[in-house]
Each structure stands twice: as structure tokens, then as C-alpha cells.
Design a protein around this ligand. Structure first.
Ligand code: DX5
Ligand code: ZN
Length: 225
């Protein structure tokens, strides 16, 4: 891995669940495995919980990047920590005591992230940014795979990058939703380093798509581009 590299995180949500083991093998060269938890309340969809995460952990050696799209995340964060999450990200819009939740995640030895919906301003993170390992900038409104990238997120990523520089911190900046090789260069240039992709990875040759997104992302690391 390069010093300041791009991480590709396939979203399991778009995998074919009738053959999940093969799907996990097909993305084994990625960097993180993105696991989208939806509760039918914070977002209008249901996905999967900690028991499937436990199975996935047995079948994949990638770090498990758990994205909790749930109301009251304080209730279910411990379930996913116990199930083996390596990174736990909860939504700013869903929590009431962010610092407590971040400490709970850290105390369990995992990395902590906060996700922001497209309409939630970066400034919300001012007080908690220094404690975070990851900031997830949602580039679609969460709930479903296969949506179009929200264009205003480019500016938001640059604002977040500037805020991190101001604070002297380097959390992983992750983007999620509508990401593919076509926009990977630009989001990396804006400061993103972890690229979540579901539809674009699982719709054709998985390994080729992981590679294509990583290569396009790395182009964004080049100063001259
Ligand atoms: C959206 C989820 C995403 C989603 C990404 O609610 O958080 O992880 O699966 O899917 P694509 O890449 O299809 O937009
Ligand atoms: Zn996600």
C-alpha cells in the first residue's frame, strides 16, 4: 500500500446473497468490507444484523467496516462490536451523545466513525472530530444501493479536508453511494481515501471492478491531475 493510499470497500448490500461465500472470495483483494445495517426506521429499508456479520467474519479476512443506519445506535453498537466489527460508524443524525459512543467503540478495541447525510453540515463534527478514526460522507441519501451521487458532496469533502487540516487530524474520509471508477478520481482529489461501492462492484467482474476503482482513485492522489 502507498503511504497515503486509496482503500476500496465493497458494500455487501449489493452482493448475491444466495452465494455470499463466493461473493466474498471475489472481493478478497479489496481493502475493507463495508457492511450496511438498516433498521427500517432511520432509513426506509431493512438489511442484516450481527448474526450475519459473525458469519461474514468467518468467511472473509478483510477488516469489517460496519455502517449503522439505525436510530438509537447506542443500543446496538455493542452487538456489532461483539460480532467482530473492526470499524463501527454511526450516524450523526441518529445519536445524542457522540463522545460516549466513540469511547465505547474505542474501549472495545475498534475504530470509530461518524456518518453525515448529504444535508448535514460538516460543522456538526467540530467538537468530536479529533476523536474520530473515520468520517463517512454519505454521497447519496442512505437506504438503498444503486442511487446517483449527490454532486454537492464534492464541496463538502473539500470542506471536511480543510477542517481536518485545521484540527491537525487525519481521520479516514470515506464516501458511500454512487461511487465508481468514473468519479473515484475526483472524490479522492477532494480528500476521500476510502471508497465504498456496491452496485458498480457487484454488477460485473468483482475483482476487475475493485481494481478499476482503486486505480481511478489513485489518479486523484497525483498532484498534476
Ligand atoms: C446506502 C449504503 C451504501 C450503498 C452503496 O444506503 O450505505 O453502502 O450500499 O451502494 P451503491 O454503491 O450501489 O450506491
Ligand atoms: Zn454504507
Amino acid at each position: 500500500m502507498l503511504d497515503d493510499d486509496v482503500l476500496v470497500a465493497p458494500s455487501v448490500l449489493s452482493a448475491d446473497f444466495t452465494r455470499l461465500g463466493e461473493e466474498l472470495d471475489a472481493v478478497a483483494d479489496a481493502d475493507l468490507l463495508h457492511y450496511d445495517v438498516m433498521d427500517g426506521h432511520f432509513v426506509p429499508n431493512l438489511s442484516f444484523g450481527p448474526s450475519i456479520l459473525r458469519q461474514v467474519k468467518k468467511a472473509s479476512s478483510l477488516p469489517l467496516d460496519v455502517h449503522l443506519m439505525v436510530s438509537n445506535p447506542e443500543e446496538c453498537v455493542p452487538w456489532f462490536l461483539e460480532a467482530g466489527a473492526d470499524i463501527v460508524t454511526f450516524h450523526w443524525e441518529a445519536q445524542t451523545h457522540a463522545e460516549r459512543l466513540v469511547s465505547l467503540i474505542h474501549d472495545a478495541g475498534a475504530k470509530a466513525g461518524i456518518a453525515l447525510n448529504p444535508a448535514t453540515p460538516i460543522a456538526s463534527l467540530e467538537a468530536v472530530l479529533d476523536a474520530l478514526d473515520l468520517v463517512l460522507v454519505m454521497t447519496v441519501n442512505p437506504g438503498f444501493g444503486g442511487q446517483n451521487f449527490v454532486g454537492t458532496c464534492h464541496r463538502k469533502l473539500r470542506q471536511l479536508t480543510a477542517m481536518c487540516e485545521e484540527h491537525g487530524v487525519r481521520p479516514i474520509i470515506e464516501v458511500d453511494g454512487g461511487i465508481g471508477a468514473d468519479n473515484a478520481t475526483r472524490v479522492v482529489r477532494d480528500g476521500a481515501r476510502a471508497l465504498v461501492a456496491g452496485t458498480t462492484i457487484f454488477s460485473a467482474n468483482r475483482a476487475d471492478n475493485v481494481r478499476a476503482i482503486r486505480e481511478a482513485g489513485r489518479m486523484g492522489l497525483l498532484r498534476s491531475v
